[in-house]
Write a protein that binds this ligand. Structure first.
Ligand code: 13P
Ligand code: ZN
Length: 274
């Protein structure tokens, strides 16, 4: 079966297409990656080209040595992924040291993986360790409302987590750890990757001030769904602030959150309930 017909490829393409339709990927905005399972790589092995040059990752990911990833390309538009997956997407192999990668499929028109390669791989490394290998997806988008909030709320995980949880009853069930917040930093550099992956030890999502958000998860549905839920909660926050600023006539209380936690067996960060 061709690379393009594999179900991981189809799931990845669908996530890109849906993200574009949701408005999170203007022009080449956003990027995505998937850590490919050994049996999925084995199924396409004859179609891979391992003659390409090893290139520096500009980050150290020894825990990902020998792993394979599907990535969006730098400068590629999400709206084109479904039409031209073999030029917008590529498969990478990480070397035995975790310092280098090579392209073994895709990027047919040239180019390479997203400029956020260091952040993606550092996040994968942290999540692979933290979830015993379960998490395989890292997804970055530029959703309007979450970015808007980074201009008016303090850039603080407590405030963002508390406010987003309060906007929809299901939020603490979907992201019980809350969300991390990265201050404004230069994109596409190892430093922002190090800062983000540090937060991923605690959270599954990290807001990037005045830029966007990174989400991680087990599969395409849960990772896409996490971004969707956070952005919807942010939209409700923007709507309530547009109507009444910081004033809330009523809201979900600390006791309400505690009863949700009891009912769903969640451990909520107590600091974020205040
Ligand atoms: P790429 O086109 O390199 O993926 O960059 C887009 C982006 O969102 C950078 O943060
Ligand atoms: Zn971006």
């Amino acid at each position: 079966m061709s690379v393009l017909n594999q179900s991981f490829m189809q799931g990845f393409i669908r996530m890109c297409t849906d993200g574009y339709a949701a408005g999170w990927h203007e022009r080449n905005g956003g990027n995505a990656s998937y850590r490919i399972k050994p049996e999925e790589i084995a199924a396409i092995a004859p179609q891979l080209n391992t003659s390409g040059a090893w290139l520096p990752i500009h980050a150290s990911v020894p825990n990902l040595a020998g792993e394979f990833f599907l990535f969006t390309g730098t400068g590629k538009f999400f709206r084109n992924v479904e039409l031209k997956p073999e030029s917008c997407l590529g498969i990478l192999e990480v070397d035995a040291t975790g310092e280098q990668y090579r392209v073994i499929w895709g990027f047919a028109d040239g180019g390479g993986p997203t400029c956020e390669l260091p952040t993606h791989l550092l996040n994968h490394q942290v999540k692979k360790l933290a979830t015993d290998g379960k998490f395989r997806v890292v997804y970055h988008g530029h959703p309007v409302n979450i970015i808007a909030l980074t201009f008016v709320l303090p850039l603080d995980a407590q405030v963002f987590s508390h406010e987003l949880w309060q906007m929809m009853t299901e939020c603490p069930i979907i992201f019980p750890a809350g969300v991390g917040v990265v201050p404004w930093m230069l994109p596409g550099k190892p430093d922002v990757g190090i800062a983000t992956s540090k937060l991923m030890e605690t959270y599954d999502a990290a807001v990037w001030a005045h830029h966007g958000i990174f989400c991680t998860g087990e599969d395409f549905d849960t990772t896409y769904g996490l971004l969707h839920v956070i952005e919807k909660a942010a939209a409700i926050k923007v709507a309530t602030m547009s109507m009444a600023g910081e004033h809330k006539r009523q809201t979900i209380t600390r006791e309400d959150f505690l009863s949700v936690a009891r009912e769903f067996g969640l451990t909520l960060n107590e600091d974020f309930l205040r």
